[in-house]
Ligand binder design. Structure first.
Ligand SMILES: NC(=O)c1ccc[n+]([C@@H]2O[C@H](COP(=O)([O-])OP(=O)(O)OC[C@H]3O[C@@H](n4cnc5c(N)ncnc54)[C@H](O)[C@@H]3O)[C@@H](O)[C@H]2O)c1
Ligand SMILES: O=C(O)[C@H](O)CO
Length: 311
């Protein structure tokens, strides 16, 4: 079998799972034509995918039909990355990580982002490294008595609520349908609009779908409290990044903490990089030493042996 690793951090793979299947490596930026040519020229039959800028849509899958047996994602959530029905028609097996490999770690990361923003960690640290002892560079905020709103109540959203349930905060969640469970796990289920209007901190924990793309647009950002903190570990395109940048510049939003971006890696010169009210990380919320090992192990074991096809 011939594997092509796409957008994978090779150093992580080598450090945490030296038993990985040998294969070729490709960076994450390329056109559909380049991918098709590479697959054909190197007789690739399995794609091992982490960061990628293309979606495996109908047209691309049809071009890969007959050559690629499997697309194996190092992701829990692949809804926005591949047309699953078409892949099935094309005889391409799509595999992904199970849903609960690292939801705890992502929830912990959200809390780290929240604390960093509320406690001014980055600003105090930068000011000290700049040689000043300035206690007034920013002001700490308490979490007690504040309202945290979590959009999406799946594996990650539920874990965030669980972890925060002893902090004397008011906890809100928005789900697609609250009617059966208005109160759950110490959190009150409300409509998105209410959550945005009443939360001091908003964390996004929804998949990228047609419904959630651009969910945090300028109109919805306007609904948020002045100086609110917005946290995004879900997918970059769930927010309108330029609306967020503007809201940070005008002081409408207090902080944007983001682990995910519309385009990854984030382009040099992106407005988020020069804004003091962003806290940024390179899509690592999921990756602790333990989850890296576990994920690489599961991912490698999912590779279909040669001779077996997707059916
Ligand atoms: N940054 C990272 O390292 C990292 C790691 C894992 C997952 N993620 C992202 O986080 C997302 C959430 O992960 P999860 O494990 O909680 O997924 P999940 O599928 O367990 O939960 C998502 C929840 O969102 C709900 N939902 C969907 N559309 C909604 C909408 N319009 N309004 C309200 N709720 C809606 C779903 O019903 C579901 O309950 C993933 O889809 C992925 O994009 C990021
Ligand atoms: O969806 C996922 O599993 C994460 O974003 C990890 O890349």
């Amino acid at each position: 079998m011939n594997l092509l690793y796409i957008g994978v951090c090779r150093e992580h793979l080598e450090n945490h799972y030296p038993l990985y299947h040998p294969g070729q490596f490709m960076a994450s930026h390329f056109s559909a034509e380049e991918l098709i040519a590479r697959v054909r020229d190197d007789n690739i039959d399995v794609l091992m995918v982490d960061v990628i800028h293309l979606a495996f849509d109908r047209a691309l899958l049809r071009q890969l039909r007959g050559q690629i047996r499997q697309i194996n994602f190092l992701y829990q959530s692949v809804s926005s990355l591949v047309d699953l029905e078409e892949a099935h028609h094309c005889g391409i097996l799509v595999t992904k990580l199970p849903d609960d490999v690292y939801c705890n770690e992502v929830a912990e990361f959200v809390i780290a982002q929240l604390l960093c923003a509320c406690k001014g960690m980055i600003k105090f640290d930068a000011s000290m490294r700049g040689g000043t002892w300035n206690q007034a560079i920013t002001t700490n905020q308490s979490l007690r008595g504040k309202t945290l709103g979590v959009v999406g109540f799946g594996h990650i959203g539920r874990r965030i609520i669980q972890l925060c349930s002893t902090w004397d905060m008011r906890l809100l969640v928005s789900k697609r349908d609250c009617s059966n469970h208005p109160m759950t796990d110490n959190a009150t289920c409300v409509e998105l609009q209410v959550l945005l209007e009443e939360s001091d901190f908003v964390a996004l924990a929804v998949p990228l779908t047609q419904e959630t793309r651009g969910l945090l647009n300028s109109e919805n950002i306007e609904r948020m409290k002045h100086n609110a903190i917005l946290i995004n570990v879900s997918r970059g395109d769930i927010v309108d990044e330029s609306a967020v940048s503007n809201a940070l510049l005008t002081g409408r939003l207090g902080y944007y903490c983001a682990d995910v971006f519309s385009q990854e890696p984030l382009a040099q010169g992106h407005p988020f990089l020069s804004n003091e009210s962003t806290i940024l990380s390179p899509h690592v919320a999921w990756s602790t030493e333990g989850t890296l090992k576990k994920s690489f192990h599961i991912w490698s074991n999912q590779v279909l042996p040669t001779g077996r096809d997707a059916s």
